[in-house]
Design a protein around this ligand. Structure first.
Ligand SMILES: [Zn+2]
Length: 108
């Protein structure tokens, strides 16, 4: 039995997993899934294939520059559409914002 390297509790089982990248369906790939934490480990050659398709579709690298705007006494950060779709964040949804080592973190 191969133990999960993340939680060290579960056993890894061979599975076929649907892969999504930034909300786009990339199809089924074989992997090993932990019976405890649910983490899926995908073969690096398959990750490369997914990466290639993502590059072809022009969605590789979701990170984007954004400009901070002023709204009243606060500042507003525009969340790019791709990141909004990826995270499922929506207008009106409550989020928790805090800072940590020079970063601003928005938890949804
Ligand atoms: Zn695990």
């Amino acid at each position: 039995m191969i133990k999960c390297p993340i939680c060290e509790k579960g056993a890894l089982k061979k599975v076929m997993e649907k892969h999504y990248l930034y909300g786009v369906d990339f199809g089924m790939y074989p992997g090993e899934k932990c019976s405890s934490c649910g983490e899926v480990f995908t073969d690096s050659s398959d990750i490369k294939k997914i990466e290639e398709v993502a590059k072809q579709k022009g969605i590789w690298g979701l990170g984007k520059k954004t400009v901070i705007a002023r709204t009243g006494n606060s500042l507003a950060v525009r969340i790019p559409k791709g990141i909004a779709e990826f995270t499922g964040i929506k207008e009106g949804k409550e989020a928790f914002i805090h800072s940590e080592k020079g970063r601003i973190i928005i938890e949804i």
